[in-house]
Design a protein around this ligand. Structure first.
Ligand code: ADP
Length: 866
């Protein structure tokens, strides 16, 4: 910028032009710069150059007319200055008068102008200042500054200069105002962004206790304080939650002030408005030093309410050791800050609440995970209790289960002091708090057991432990209480409601976990029993999946089939043996339902290739809820050998006995006929010999038939004959023996019995067999009744006796070969008679069965189709 200093010689037209140039230059300066000091320096410089001056100043004032900014020039140059220099200039110069009177001043000669001398206490005349001119800077009706020029020559300034200076002052005052507004805006923005940053910092912490101390430390960025504190309203009192700047901040935590006192904090709480106090020591409601250490040093004080969701929840206090340290502007700052802080506090509280719930959920989830990770009952109980101790933060805990028989409780596990003495202890039904809980199926919190009659002190006496507070919850399975969970003496002093919720939550989990563990223990025992049976079994056993792939084999199978255990695995069970009748077997196996079984005979092949006769029982079983097939291969080689031996023996006996026996009988018959009929002794001896021989012969015949009938051979020599005659014949045969035992033998024949096509000799032996059994298995002097009925399509023959009878379980079995009833005092036999009868009757397409009442008698019945 090029401007020339004006001189007295400059003509008026020229002056106007340069004045306008000056104003234009100033306005350009003003718009190009925003820094107030720089602007002021520039304006002063231009003005001095233009109007001409040795010394000059522009001073900017605040509302209290304190100099806050300015520019100073001397020796024709603008210089940097200090705040004191500015203040000094204002106080000592003409400027003070101008501001006070809001008027401009034109001093022609400083020596005789009282305005100049007004505040000067210097007696020395000022050579440098002879004439002066000064104008106020007025913006929005307020004096915001003053512009002064001083010249060493007297009468240097004219009225024109005054007009020009006023124009400059107008422009400058705008600049000052703009700069001030700008600065205020800057300040506001800075404040806002500081607040924002503070809010961010605070909000990044969600732990309430940390939030509060964050709030206080951040507050220091906005307001200078010696100490500060936050009180929250809780349960009818104000509780100190954070303090800063006191001698011992920590020690103050949890200090409380009753809400009904006239404490300053309370009035803030009541009115919901900020309060600024010049000196709290002069206030009645100030906290005594005894209540709040170092409070006697506090003078200046601000209290602002903390408002969360339109509710005053606490007070933020800012203290200064200086009287009147805070003004309205500070209150505004603290209040704005408190709003931010309150939001953060509320967030933290919400978070804490959520966190508590979350913590509870996490604890429960953890408990669930812990207790379900094992199925061993002991371990489950141990984990339940560890979790209880940990999450409830208690000194001791215990778990008792209901004894089903007595209804009382038995402690299964305990933790804490004297725990080992508790385990195994019992409480009678309804005894103690645990008993009450189990009986009422309700949880219970007892803050002080000494005040509760239900408390049973016996256990404390035993352990030496002192129970103070106790929480107890029932452990349920479905709707049944199976035990109780107890938590004793919370370390925090009392049981919080959410903690009690946690206890019931854990108890809830415990129910199912314990039930599962018990079930598991049962299953394990069953499995062990099965494994024992499996391995110790005398029979070889294979376990396969439903398709027959072997998954396990017992020791006996290893020995029997000659494979190593691992060689069995994965092999097909049916590749190890060939069933006799293989056609339908696959389909039958496929249809086996759970628990169903089927049996067949076959040949297994030993690892070394030789065959092994087996009887196979296949059963569908469940192992751990999965279906399997269990194949029991009974080694029947011995049985077969035995059968073969019997077969050989019997056939040998039959053939070697049959013909000589036939000879004996016919010889006896001839002898009997030819000898003296009158000689009774001889006759009866011969009769006995004949009867016995015939019995022997019948036995041989029956045995022979039995073998052949069993083998399915056609041995019947059928001819038509009368059932009646056959029966009479049979009765005659056994009558002497029956009489000898004193039995009463009755028989009933339907009159219209038809002749039947049958093997007469065989059926006669069947009837004799039944009659002989009746005589044999009926104690002396019994009654035997034989009846033959025409049933239309069949003839039905029954032999009823009054003997010992046959147990239900034996009734089917006695028709099997060699089946005898082993019983003390029961006559012994071979167990072949009834087997023969069955085969003989069945060979005639008839049926045979027995009905009996034990101890009262039996009735054997058979039918023959007509
Ligand atoms: P045995 O009489 O030679 O032993 P059986 O086959 O005739 O053989 O009979 C089988 C079993 O049935 C006998 O051991 C006997 O215990 C029982 N039994 C047969 N008949 C009767 C009966 N009438 N009363 C009681 N028990 C009988």
């Amino acid at each position: 910028m090029t401007t020339k200093p004006l001189t007295r010689t400059t003509p008026p037209a020229e002056r106007d032009r340069t004045s306008l140039e000056l104003l234009y230059a100033i306005s350009r300066e003003l718009t190009s710069k925003l820094d107030l000091r720089e602007i002021l320096q520039r304006i002063l410089q231009l003005t001095m150059e233009h109007v001409g001056a040795a010394t000059g100043s522009i001073l900017v004032l605040d509302e209290q007319e304190q100099v806050i900014e300015g520019a100073l020039a001397y020796g024709g140059e603008v210089h940097d200055h200090t705040a004191e220099q500015l203040a000094d200039t204002f106080e000592r110069g003409l400027a003070g008068w101008v501001v006070a009177n809001r008027r401009s001043a034109l001093v022609q000669n400083t020596r005789d102008d009282p305005r100049w001398l007004r505040r000067s206490n210097r007696m020395e005349p000022d050579e440098e200042s002879r004439s002066a001119i000064s104008v106020p800077l007025v913006a929005r009706d307020r004096v915001v500054g003053v512009l002064t020029l001083v010249h060493p020559e007297p009468g240097r300034y004219t009225h024109d200069d005054l007009v020009l200076l006023k124009a400059i002052a107008d422009q400058a005052s705008f600049a000052v105002e703009n700069a001030r507004l700008f600065a205020a805006e800057q300040e506001r923005r800075k404040f806002a962004s500081t607040l924002q940053e503070i809010a961010r910092t605070i909000s990044s912490t969600l732990e309430p206790s940390l939030v509060f101390s964050q709030v206080l430390s951040q507050l220091r960025r906005l307001v200078d304080y010696d100490s500060a504190s936050i009180f929250l309203q809780e349960d009818g009192q104000l509780r100190l939650v954070a303090a800063r700047g006191f001698e011992d901040d920590e020690a103050l935590t949890d200090l409380t002030i009753p809400l009904d006192s006239d404490a300053l904090g309370n009035s803030v709480l009541e009115t919901g408005r900020p309060l600024v106090v010049e000196d709290v020591q002069r206030e009645q409601g100030w906290i005594k030093g005894t209540d709040l250490p170092s409070s006697e040093n506090i003078h200046g004080w601000i209290g602002v309410p903390l408002v969360v969701r339109e509710r005053v929840v606490g007070v933020l206090n800012v203290d200064s050791h200086q009287i009147g340290a805070y003004g309205p502007a500070d209150v505004e700052v603290v209040a704005a800050f408190a709003d931010q802080a309150a939001t953060a506090v509320s967030n933290a509280q919400l978070y804490a609440e959520g966190q508590r719930k979350l913590d509870a959920m996490v604890s429960l989830a953890e408990t669930a995970r812990e207790v379900s990770a094992t199925l061993e009952l002991e371990e489950v109980l141990e984990r339940i209790l560890s979790q209880t101790m940990r999450t409830m933060d208690v000194e001791a805990a215990s778990l008792a289960l209901v004894n089903e028989a007595s209804g009382g409780l038995e402690f299964k596990i305990a933790k804490g002091e004297g725990a080992s003495k508790i385990v195994g202890r019992r409480l009678k039904k309804g005894e103690g708090i645990a008993g009450w809980v189990a009986e009422h199926d309700e949880h219970l919190v007892v803050p002080d057991v000494r005040k509760d009659e239900r408390f049973y002190p016996g256990l404390d006496e035993l352990t030496g432990f002192e129970t103070r507070a106790l929480a107890c919850a029932p452990i349920r399975l479905q709707s049944r209480v199976i035990g109780v969970l107890e938590a004793v003496n919370p370390k925090g002093g009392e049981f919080k409601p959410e903690i009690v919720e946690l206890l019931t939550g854990i108890a809830g989990l415990a129910g199912t976990a314990i039930a599962h563990a018990q079930l598991f223990a049962d299953t394990k025992a069953a499995r062990q029993r099965y494994a024992g049976l499996f391995d110790d079994s005398f029979d070889p056993i294979l376990i396969t999946d439903l398709r027959g792939k072997i998954t396990d084999a017992n020791q006996r199978a290893v020995a029997f089939l000659g494979y190593q255990h691992h060689e069995f695995l994965g092999k097909g069970a049916l590749s190890l043996h060939v069933p006799d009748e293989v056609e339908t077997l696959h389909a039958d196996l496929g249809q086996l339902g759970p628990g169903q079984a089927l049996s067949y005979r076959g040949r297994a092949t030993h690892h070394e290739g030789y065959p092994l006769p087996v009887e196979v029982h296949v059963k569908r079983i469940d192992i751990e809820r999965k279906p399997y097939l269990q194949w029991i291969l009974s080694d029947i080689s011995e049985r077969l050998e035995l059968d073969e031996l019997r077969q050989d023996l019997t056939s040998m006996i039959f053939h070697d006995l049959r013909s000589p026996l036939g000879n004996v009988i016919s010889s006896l018959e001839v002898l009997k006929a030819s000898l003296h009929q009158e000689d009774e002794t001889v006759q009866s001896v011969l009769s006995i010999a004949l009867r016995s021989s015939r019995r022997l012969s019948r036995l041989v015949e029956s045995l022979l038939d039995l073998g052949q009938l069993e083998a399915g051979k056609a041995v019947l020599h059928k001819s038509e004959g009368s059932v009646g005659a056959l029966i009479t014949d049979a009765v005659e045969e056994v009558l002497p023996v029956a009489e000898a035992k004193g039995h009463l033998l009755k028989f009933h024949l339907d009159p219209d019995l038809p002749d039947i096509e049958m093997d007469l000799e065989m059926i006669r032996r069947v009837v004799i067999n039944l009659l002989e059994n009746a005589i044999k298995y009926t104690p002396a002097a019994g009654s035997i009744q034989l009846s033959v009925e025409n049933k239309g399509d069949r003839v039905q023959v029954s032999v009823r006796d009054s003997g010992m009878g046959i147990a239900e379980t034996d009734r089917q079995r006695i028709f099997e070969k060699f089946a005898r009833i082993q019983q003390d005092g029961r006559p012994k036999g071979l167990g072949l008679g009834l087997a023969f009868c069955r085969l003989a009757v069945e060979a005639h397409d008839g049926t045979i069965w027995v009905e009996s009442a034990e101890g009262k008698g039996s009735t054997f019945t058979f039918t023959l189709p007509i």
